[in-house]
Design a protein around this ligand. Sequence first.
Ligand code: HEM
Ligand SMILES: [Cu+2]
Length: 508
Amino acid sequence: MSEYNIKDLKISLILVSFVLSTFILAGSFGILMRTDQANLLSLDPTFFYTILTFHGLLNVVIFFLAPFFIARALLTRYVYVNQKITIISLILIVFGAFGTMFSLLAGNMALGWYFLYPIIFYDSTEEFRIIWDLSILSLGFGILLLALDNIRSIVKKYGFTKSLAWHYFKGNISEELPPIALISMVSSIATIFAAFAGAMVIIEFLGKDLLSNTPVFSAIYSVCTVVSNAMFGKIDPAGPDPLAMKNMTFMFGHTLANVSMFFMMAAVYEVMPYYSSRQWKTSKLVAIAWNLALIYVLLAMFHHLYMDFVQPLALQITGQIFSYVSPVPALLVTIFGALSQVYAHRATNQSFHMLPMYILTGIACWMIGGIAAIIDATVPANFLFHNTTWVDAHFHTYFGFGVSIMTIAMTWFILEKNFNRNSQHKIWLYAFIVLSIGWILHLSSFYLGGLLSIPRRFVSYIALPGNLPTIGSDLALISIIGGIAIGIAYLAIYITLMKNIFRIFKKG
Ligand code: HEM
Ligand SMILES: [Cu+2]
């Protein structure tokens, strides 16, 4: 019998089915963009930027949602989460995601995944802009509800300070806190910050369009504008300050992108022991590392603003320092923890299982992508790598490959250990090999592009100087071969997982 609440697991499977299906479209757009950059196709630039926006925004959202829902379902082993809230949130989120897809594609919106102000007002018509704003708000509201309920349910059982494992600092481990609770706490708190920052930006977008119509909205808008401007040193009620908006946008974007991996790690600490037969407990080091991770996520965002010279130097320095000191502990502690899980497995001579390989690959992606990110967050290197495909390389490593392969692993875990689906098919090994080769090709094209100064987000490389156009299109070709391999392996995995999920729901 499952140790988790079966209904919560089922809800997470519904969400995961939505995620895995959406990725087919969003991923195909990725390959289509590379086909254009390789000069095999010549897409209309607006269309290119529309699918770039669709690809980036939807992938970021779905691969945040998958770990978020999975970790919440696995949390039910220890605490009671409110199922009604999960269902309401799921509806808000799916509704919001479809609204986002619709407005982007039907409205040819091309604002980029982190929608920097004021681009949205140049590239879209009012109706689609409003649908987009409302859809993102709906998504954000669903996410906020879940994050709040995660915190409520954990704090109810353990109390606030113990939920953050502060008692471990003093060496007091009489009251055990499972790592999944600690990491979910940290991630949910960060998610709330992200949701608020994102909501402020979107409300200001809405306010600009609807300002003249409703006095209530006008008041909300003015308050948000004053607060957001004041937070970043300007008091100008006349309208949003673009740089203040950029700060908030990155409070949202940087946080969301990092927290996705955090929620996934919450699930990893929980799931690995089923395969190693060794417990993975919170220790003083684990407690310190994940508390630092919270500080990191909130203060390192300034590494996205190195180029904004008018900001106080202190912010750049903050970004630099916290990019170095605080993410590293969580990464290291997790890697050592994972290695000791592997050791325990080897030492007790248990039989090989493919599923932990998927998880370990995901952790490796976190490490490699993380190191690439820290390099980019170093000021002198940032002068070189800023807005080159190095950026695409680092987040496709930890997020694109890492979180997606672990999403597959977690879904497989839920099916195998909780619904007794025998999913030990041969496909897992072959799919793993083809998928990894595909990602390595695709990622290399981005890393090499970064080293050779190929800019990111270019429809075509033709106008670049020297031999960069040829290098750029050759790298895009390599990436297409990788993309096709990813596609083949992914479809095989997708069909296997979806078949099993359907059977569970058919049986009721
Ligand atoms: C088949 C797999 C994938 C392929 C072929 C692919 C390809 C691409 C390409 C070509 C770009 C534009 C690069 C540029 O010129 O700057 C891009 C951007 C991006 N991709 Fe992917 N990608 C894939 C999977 C993913 C996944 C799983 C994620 C999950 C987070 C993701 C997130 C993003 C983001 C956030 C952007 C940036 C969008 C922007 O700049 O506004 N991609 N991808
Ligand atoms: Cu960042």
